[in-house]
Design a protein around this ligand. Structure first.
Ligand code: UD1
Length: 357
């Protein structure tokens, strides 16, 4: 029996871990044991607990309760807590997801103890080193022994950085697995938020913590609601709420409906029912495409370049005119379908390869 430790901490990681945990439990319970460690990076129920309940993820065996903080302190506390668990228990490998501080802490703590690191969502690059996520994923990749690349672009990026095909596995994207698995359930279990709306999310530090960018984006949302007479549903990350509250802004117009962060099924239902997605999230860009909605990306660049090349996503940065123009052009239309993120069986590929290692 092989034994692995899965390290999660932030919202998107719970969603990705759900696909792998279900595969282990349903198909490989006799050969692979998984313990889950939650760093506590996200801790509000809306950002953490609700995903475990809704997606039926096994409760974490360990919760470090690290919470929010500056990068060094937060990552350091996580590393120290993870190291302690790894010293007390034997694990054959450590599974990390994506590019958050929890990913970095898990990858570094494990590799320093010579425990193999398996990285899901390896090889993504924005080539923008001012993003904390770019540092996290580059470092995590370089200490990992199995690199699960969701796209061929990610494979190509890893080859360019000197990795060999022995370590790179094109797995497809576990988020695509999830969309295929949960789309119908999401519609059945939820009620429409409104009849018709644009779905907006915003949480990247370079948008929330920069008053100029934040003002331009909010102003673009305002213009869109006025010109299109459309509603915007805006599930708001706590970080964004704090930043908006701290700025003396005029209240957001009535057509912008700020709501608490949505659960996974609520998000998936909202994606299927909306007319367009405006976001700076990485995951939502892909999910919009899987649900056949155009995505206007509130960033200067993206790791998911395939979406832009296909014309399914448009980079509008925090440029008010670009955001408004792209929205007016694309609202209600259907983008090209996904051809780049695997066949919906990424979790099977990942678990099989871990078992063979
Ligand atoms: C983190 C990840 C980001 C990922 C995002 C998903 C890093 C560097 N960033 O960003 O890559 O896209 O998660 O959501 O790891 N807060 C709460 N309650 C919570 C969690 C956070 O109020 O449960 C607030 C706190 O004020 C905190 C701020 O949000 O300081 C930022 O949280 P943090 O985990 O540092 O980064 P995210 O912006 O969530």
């Amino acid at each position: 029996m092989k034994k692995i430790l899965t390290i999660v901490g932030a919202r998107p990681q719970f969603i990705k871990a759900a696909a792998i945990s279900h595969t282990i439990r349903d198909k490989h319970a006799s050969e692979l044991q998984e313990d889950i460690l939650h760093t506590g990076q996200h801790y509000d129920d809306a950002m953490s607990g609700q995903f475990f309940t809704e997606l039926d993820i096994p409760l974490p065996r360990y919760n470090l309760g690290v919470g929010s903080g500056p990068h060094g302190k937060q990552t350091g506390l996580m590393m120290s807590g993870i190291e302690e668990i790894l010293l007390q228990n034997h694990y054959d490998g450590v599974l990390v997801y994506g590019d958050t501080n929890s990913t970095l802490a898990g990858a570094l703590a494990a590799t320093k103890m010579h425990i193999p690191v398996y990285h899901v969502e390896a090889g993504l690059r924005s080539f923008n080193r001012s993003m904390p996520e770019e540092i996290n994923r580059v470092v995590a990749d370089h200490v990992s022994s199995l690199l699960f690349a969701p796209t061929q672009t990610a494979v190509h990026n890893l080859r360019n950085e000197g990795f060999t095909d022995k370590n790179i596995i094109f797995s497809g994207d576990v988020m695509y697995d999830n969309v295929l698995h949960y789309s119908t359930t999401a519609l059945q279990r939820t009620k429409p938020i409104l009849d018709s709306y644009i779905l907006t999310t915003l949480h990247r530090d370079f948008n929330t913590d920069n008053p100029d960018r934040l003002k331009h984006i909010l102003s673009a949302l305002n213009t869109i609601t006025e010109q299109l007479k459309t509603e915007i549903v805006f599930p708001m990350h706590p970080r964004t709420r704090k930043c908006i509250d701290s700025m003396s802004l005029t209240p957001l117009p009535n057509r912008i409906h700020v709501v608490a962060p949505l659960s996974y099924l609520e998000t998936l239902a909202a994606l299927q029912r909306c007319s367009l997605v405006l976001t700076d999230s990485g995951g939502l860009q892909k999910e919009a495409n899987f649900c056949r909605k155009y995505c206007v990306v509130l960033r200067p660049e993206t790791e998911w370049v395939e979406l832009v090349e296909d014309g399914a996503a448009v980079l509008a940065d925090a440029d008010e005119q670009k955001i408004v123009d792209a929205t007016l052009r694309l609202i209600g239309q259907v983008p090209p379908a996904n051809l780049h993120f695997g066949n919906g069986h990424a979790a099977d590929t990942i678990v099989s390869r871990i078992l063979e290692s």
